[in-house]
Design a protein around this ligand. Sequence first.
Ligand code: PMP
Length: 357
Amino acid sequence: MQQVYNFAAGPAVLPQPVLQQVKDEFLSYHNSGMSITEISHRSSLFQDIIDDAEKTLRDLMQIPDDYAVLFVQGGGSQQFTEVPLNLGTDNVAYIDTGNWSKKAIAEAQKFPSLKVTTLASSEATHNTTIPSVPPVSANYDYVHITTNNTIEGTTYFDLPDVGKNVLVGDMSSNILAQRYNVQDFGLIYAGAQKNIAPAGLTIVIVRRDLIGKKKGLPAMLDYGLQSAKGSLYNTPPVFNIYMAGLVFHWLEDCGGVDEMEKVNRAKAKILYDYLDQSKLFSAPVKPTFRSLTNVPFVTGNAAMDQKFITAATEAKLLNLKGHRLVGGMRASLYNAMPITGVTKLVHFMAEFEQGEK
Ligand code: PMP
């Protein structure tokens, strides 16, 4: 099979060695005679898997003991509801940096008991920047940010100063791709399907003192209960947690998050440097806010964009179409995208540009 490079935004490329290992042990996990997809979530085989996945994630992200790590379902989107449900009492605040922030805000607004404040928005720059936040003196239950804007291609490299307030981060598209200090957040959540595992698993990292206070929450949405039950209140996504554990070990073998961030910076630089000198393509995001993991670019002409996407697909550079909200192209460069994928893309873009002269 010809080598393809998958630039999809999620579900996305996963590390080849991990996929190979999954294939090798798919029919009989650790000589049990059973597939990983057949074993009980109450078995010691699975308990070892989930314990090991949690420990490895704690090591990679340097998660302190006073934070719980939850493996749950429902995607990033369900967290848009769970965060206000569990942490909101009266006043909550959000920073709007694009489509996913707006969706998070819209879900919080469905709670009649909550006053939802948008502290800052990047709308005036068409979401090509991260807005600066005026000093936050009020008390909020939390301030919510989207650390990486998957569609618009912007990232927080510096976190906003939210005073004494608890910071909540939707890290769905850059968890483990660059270093954040977990202690700067009260809560971090991320859908797994970009940098961690197949779709169907969501990771929540939450300071223990923030949870378990509200009584009578729907069981499946209650962080306190999920934490007390070790993410085993009901049947968890066994296969996804197994794969997440393998990806965490792969990342350790690659040198961990700091090493991966260096590689991700190098990969992104190759593409942005090309885009900045190109006469055909351009990157709309302002340089200081440019995402390492999601790189949108355009020609400014929808027909030309389509011609490029078709030609790239034929050259096995796949899933480069931009999100329907912004059009153009987007290359997602998650941890498992090798540097050769980016150099091949840039060579192909240069050749395409030459052909259009
Ligand atoms: N937040 C961000 C930043 C995302 O990129 C996405 C999905 N692309 C979501 C939330 C929603 O995630 P899910 O599809 O897992 O609900």
